[in-house]
Design a protein around this ligand. Sequence first.
Ligand code: BTN
Length: 264
Amino acid sequence: MFDQTIFNKELSTSWLGRELFYFQELESTNTYAKKVPKKASLHGALVLADHQTAGRGQHQRTWTIEPCQNLTFSLIFEPQQSDRLSILTLACALAVCEYIEENLKVSAQLKWPNDVLIAGKKVSGLLTETVFKGDVLERLIIGIGININQQKFAADLNDTATSFISLNKKLHQRELILARLLSRIEYLYRLWSTHDLDLPKKINKKLIGYGKWVRLEVDGVLRSEEYKFLGINESGHLVVLNKALEVDTFSYEQVRVRLNSTSS
Ligand code: BTN
């Protein structure tokens, strides 16, 4: 079970994760985070479950992993602005990447739009959801799943998923990982909220396919032409250059990047 005492001892953030909603078992931390009754401020609140019975992934997929072995949590933000949310999601994914590189000493990459990979295998996925009241963003929820101590995955995931323990055969302390990760996310949140241009630059350097000719699946349709993938811009749009050397932009969710190109 997740040890809240250890976590609280390790946590050194000033506001992120200071309010914790912990559950041994919960349908989905994202679903809960959307429904937590509104009070003065939920900005920075953390919803964590040792076992999600109906964990959700991108595109109506499920997120099913072994109980008590991994990290499945959601962060609630109440930002002043409702634009550039894609940059914030990618910033959280970047925090996971940086954590891995610093602590596990292996290289990690971001796969557009919201996965973290180690040696081509997925170690973490993010699911961002919003709650609007009219035009006003009330709550932004970033749900993060990280495979930590799980050694075996379902047959269909065996070739595509990995975990911390698979890399170095050591049991990892989830409380410590989460506490450190939240410090990093808190720092990157500050860069995001101050429109710091270093943030999209840092993200782009980690994106698989950045600077390469790739194919794009736009709104579910794979385009035949190739585009040079220029990553995310400061507005949170995906930027590409087409073969006629014109710049095109797409919204974050619209696009999947396919790396099947042989050109460089
Ligand atoms: C994906 O890769 O498809 C996104 C997976 C997101 C999983 C996390 S686990 C915590 C949070 N609660 C959920 O139900 N989903 C996200």
